[in-house]
Design a protein around this ligand. Sequence first.
Ligand code: F6P
Length: 542
Amino acid sequence: MLAGQLDTLAREAARLKPLHLRELLAEPGRFERFSRRAGPLLLDFSRQKLDESALQALGAIAEQCGWRQRRDAMFRGDLLNRSEQRPVLHTALRAGESQLPSPAPAEVADEIARTLRRMGELVDALERGDAVAYGIPAGITDVVNLGIGGSDLGPRLAVEALAGYHSGRFRCHFLPNVDGHETAALMRRLDPRKTLVLLVSKSFTTQETLLNGAVLRRWIAQAYDGDEARAAAHFVAVSANVAAAQALGIPPERVLPMWDFVGGRYSVWSAVGLVLALAIGMPNFRAFLRGAALMDDHFRSADDWRNNLPVLLALIGVWNRNGLGHAAHGVIPYLDALRELPAFLQQLEMESLGKRVGADGGELLQATVPVVWGSVGTNAQHAFFQALHQGSDVVPLDLIGAVRPGHALEQNHAALLANLLAQGAAFALGKTHAEALAEATQGDAAERAALAAQRTFPGDRPSSTLLLDALTPESLGALIALYEHKVVVQALLWDINAFDQWGVELGKVLAKSILPVLGGADVPAAFDASTRGLIAAIRGLS
Ligand code: F6P
């Protein structure tokens, strides 16, 4: 952002500082002016600490940055990921379900349609229990998704969120980490002859995934007296590195492609979502794509930023970070089924926007992505909400719920929604010292004042509420796409390439040099004092 734009935000923030959210919420028409709907999603941002003038200033910045041009360039497939010279076309993955004609290159659309068809055929065959044409043995009951980061978080979120739509044909498991406890536990639980392993890795170089793949391969081979070919029949690969997958002995008919034009964290809509398609069936998987396409269509057609949900969400984030200076952002789904949403958004937002230099290499003037974290409500209320209500730092929140539940326990759902609404109100309104004092009945005046101080809620703590009509494949697709587009808009405003992730590389390289040392090789003198000390401690005990 430019210095002048940051100055404008600072001025707006200073003007609003003395105004408590209680006063803003008392303005007539507040909810109507600061809430918007797109398809099955309602965004209420009336509890954000902003007013017309601040919002106008934010919208003006989006206009100055040319958000519509950037949006159209992305859908068209321009080279937005300049550091890797790649287009950004995750939206093309769901364009088949869109109401608008896709501007993506025709060959990309063809390739995606072909892969979706292949994926559907594989899912059908496995559902029929007749995937011998693919070389997969009959009787598969369990599917293990072997992948990490974008090859895990999106599929895992969706599989858990859509538990109500599971066909029950397969039990689905996720094994992202290299922690052998999990791998060993999974092998204890599952029958190797009835297990299908989905090796999902865009690069096919990820240590965790390949290592676990080799372990599971040995485990399955043992069940066939060491017959490697029969073990390989239990593997399907999803990768942009098709040759590497085939080199592992997985034949072409069991390798589904991914592409460089789709970032890992934006890839759940591709064959990376195979585990989801196996869990909920292809018709529901297509409904999931349809929900995302609905949000794409909204993003593309709501040209007035005031009515564009992703732009509004992005602007609210910029306001909280750069206007009000909040360094964290909480995601609290009031739906246990969305328990993986905070982790998914951590990767989506922090891996995309966790950068301090711009696309041209220059140091950025403004702070960028806040720390994204969260947990499900109401559990979170009984854990860390104390700090959010009365702690010294303000953490803006996204509170997310569904109007209609997927069960008949009406009282439970009413209690869940009541808590969601109550928390947003409590954060915004707070409780004054005078109100707390009026409630304090015990002790002398000094004691009552001390107690009242501790029972005062400052309030003025912002949150947005996102209400889904119900949690369905469509609404989940729309919700995820909403956040994807929020990231794209923030990337533009912050001048960040949201599609590379150089910051994850250094640690990977160091781990590679440390691994042989843990196996007994000499400790290189170049290792730092801490690494050397810790290696000595590990060696002392092993
Ligand atoms: O290390 C980070 C990362 O590259 C993520 O961006 C990615 O989602 C994850 O690793 C997994 O990568 P892959 O799908 O290539 O195995």
